[in-house]
Design a protein around this ligand. Structure first.
Ligand SMILES: NC(=O)N[C@@H](O)C(=O)O
Ligand code: NI
Length: 166
């Protein structure tokens, strides 16, 4: 029996089991460059594991997802974190899950606003990039290097996400 997933607002607290929200948090702000720039400092960490691993910066151009959407799998990256920052100011969906004995538990869905990004910690179950409405570009900070940095899990029964109200 397919299960429907609710969509929740993305907040630092709600997302804390999975990683960090990348947003202009006043608590992290310091003025720099003679007061002409606000630096929102150290919002998260880019992590890599393994000899020869490096942090890389990428651009992802995501095509919008159609709804209702079927979450049939989740993935995780055992050797590095993965950060998604929207470049067009458009909302996107974040789908994560707690680990339950090496498999993802029930997915949790968050609606990220266009001024929010996320950084998944190492080995956090997530669904690949979910752009909304129109083609959207994202800055991605993740890991390159030796070893297989992708583990996938396929659910016996998919979970369904209805169209988000933006
Ligand atoms: N495959 C890839 O680089 N991207 C995925 O890991 C993703 O989470 O979108
Ligand atoms: Ni990923």
């Amino acid at each position: 029996m397919t299960q429907h997933l609710d969509i929740h607002p993305l907040t630092k607290t709600a997302f804390s089991p999975f990683g960090d929200v990348i947003e202009a948090d006043p608590a992290t702000m310091r003025f720099i460059n003679g007061g002409t720039t606000e630096r929102f400092h150290a919002l998260s960490n880019a992590e890599t594991i393994g000899d020869g691993a490096r942090v890389i910066l990428n651009l992802f151009r995501g095509q919008p997802r159609a709804f209702p959407f079927s979450i049939e799998m989740m993935e995780r990256h055992p050797f590095g974190s993965q950060c998604f920052v929207p470049l067009n100011g458009r909302p996107f969906l974040v789908v994560v899950a707690e680990d339950e004995g090496g498999k993802p538990g029930r997915p949790q869905v968050f609606l990220a606003q266009g001024d929010q990004g996320v950084n998944y910690r190492v080995n956090v179950w997530h669904y690949p990039l979910m752009a909304l409405d129109e083609q959207s570009d994202f800055l991605i900070v993740d890991r390159d290097g030796p070893g297989n940095n992708l583990e996938e899990y396929f659910f016996d029964t998919p979970f369904i996400i209805g169209a988000p109200t933006l």
